[in-house]
Design a protein. Sequence first.
Length: 138
Amino acid sequence: MPSGDNLAHVNGDNLTLAVVGTRRSTRHRTTRIPGYLVSHGDVRIWVDAGSGTLGPLQHHVRLAELNAIWIAYLHADHNADPLTVDYGLLYTDIRLDAPIPLFGPPGIADRLAHFLTNADTRSPVESAFAVDELYDGH
């Protein structure tokens, strides 16, 4: 199996993995922070959404076609671009029929909500995402 920057698109048994970011915890001019699009049939899941992955993701799928976003860690290098999605949904002409399901570790909803404000009040991330925090055994 290819690895590193050579892994652009892998197909296997009708499951597709598109790497939209890899390797570094900080951006570099030629690489992005972690991000992947896993597809099977009509199902498309954005796995980890590091900074800079939204642009390359949209070469493969429109936001309205995403079935879910899955975030592995609360580290910003795994969850920065949902903030860009939220901002885009608020201030551009992108419209969704329903919030995008977003699965992540405990605390993901508060982290995203507080990233978008510079105050004690929460931003309404729930208008963009249907957040489901995952716990051990969940």
